[in-house]
Design a binder for this molecule. Structure first.
Ligand SMILES: C[S@@+](CC[C@H](N)C(=O)[O-])C[C@H]1O[C@@H](n2cnc3c(N)ncnc32)[C@H](O)[C@@H]1O
Length: 344
């Protein structure tokens, strides 16, 4: 029968999140149109109807709840207080005029002015999504989660949790206490928190180029058992060869130039043990869902995503295979896809 109460809790949590963030999405879009009206971009490719989008979102939430029922992971436990959340929402709306001004003047360089910009590669020191300070400021780290959940109608956490299924399959029959997991580009640590809730005994490491985001990750992990957090470039990870059993990476690859995508994949393969698991989660690519290609085309027009168009047509299968990561499973989940690969 499984954990039906847990399933109900997970479904109810997702339903509340969907209602709340859809409201915020609507308000933010309305405010954006009022402050900075501009013609709507009409993509050449087809876009899904709202009913199709919602059907996929429902399927994601149902799969998330079913995984809880089947004992693959526990129900989500919200991090942080309601007061802090409301204050973040307020800050997101307060930041909107500056964001829109940058979008209108196509200014994507507030990150370059940040003190930390000299220590990071040029491709990184820019205002992804027109965020104030790019990934370098603590304001951006504070707003990131609420912005991403608003963009995805409250489904971002469930999209990440789709990556817990291949991890559960990999760990079946293994002792989690003897396993090491590295989340590459862990950002504010949302996925690390889900992993920690499911695997209290596993050695967890999160790596990210932004110290501000790692500070948020540390906050989100409390009061759970901490993870080791490394401020480093995923192109040259300060970790020994063959030291990790599992390496997930969520929403990173679309933000990397093509050549860097290949370097990072090689690094992931280097630190994985033979037989180790790589779990990739990122946006759908062109032709994954041909009737949705217009959405993929429109995304980098709305948001500053300088490498997204290249990502959308890049050959991930070949990149992974050439790094020695063999195909295990690929599945689509709402606007994202999950690819599980094993190091040969
Ligand atoms: C879209 S966010 C995703 C964060 C997180 N994985 C999530 O699920 O929300 C991209 C993250 O990649 C990090 N990042 C980008 N390029 C990187 C690099 N070369 N090395 C390490 N981290 C990088 C950024 O700092 C940011 O935290």
């Amino acid at each position: 029968m499984g954990d039906t109460l847990g399933m109900a809790t997970q479904l109810a949590g997702n339903a509340v999140r969907f209602g709340w963030y859809s409201g915020l999405n609507w308000l933010l879009s309305r405010e954006s149109r009022r402050l900075a009206p501009r013609p709507r971009y009409v993509p050449q490719g087809p876009v899904p109807s709202e009913a199709e989008l919602m059907a996929d979102l429902r399927a994601l939430f149902l799969a998330d709840a079913a995984a809880v029922r089947d004992g693959l992971y526990p129900p989500e436990e919200p991090a942080g207080s309601l007061v802090r959340h409301l204050s973040d929402v307020r800050a997101m709306f307060a930041d909107l005029p500056a964001t829109l001004e940058r979008r209108q003047s196509e200014d994507t360089l507030s990150a370059v002015l940040h003190a930390g910009a000299t220590d990071v590669p040029d491709y990184y020191a820019q205002d992804f999504h027109f965020q104030t300070g790019g990934y370098l400021s603590s304001e951006s780290a504070r707003l990131y989660d609420v912005q991403v959940e608003t963009l995805f109608y409250g489904a971002a956490s469930a999209m990440r949790r789709a990556g817990l299924k291949p991890i559960a399959a990999f760990l079946r029959g293994r002792d989690q206490r003897a396993c090491a997991l590295l989340d590459v580009a862990c950002g504010t640590g949302r996925f690390l928190r889900d992993i920690r809730l499911a695997y209290p005994g596993m050695a967890l490491t999160g790596l990210d180029l932004s110290q501000a985001y790692l500070d948020e990750a540390q906050r989100h992990l409390k009061p759970l058992r901490p993870a080791t957090l490394l401020n480093a470039n995923a192109e040259a990870m300060p970790l020994p060869d063959e030291s990790q059993d599992i390496v997930p990476s969520v929403f990173l690859f679309h933000e990397l130039p093509g050549a860097v995508r290949r370097h990072v994949t090689a690094e992931i393969a280097r630190v994985l043990k033979p037989g180790g698991l790589f779990v990739f989660i990122d946006s759908l690519q062109m032709r994954d869902r041909p009737r949705w290609d217009g959405l993929i085309e429109a995304f980098p027009v709305r948001f500053h995503e300088p490498y997204f168009a290249h990502y959308a047509t890049d050959d991930l299968e070949t990149i992974f295979a050439e790094a020695g990561l063999e195909a295990e499973d690929t599945s689509l989940a709402f606007l994202s896809k999950v690819m599980a690969r094993r190091k040969a």
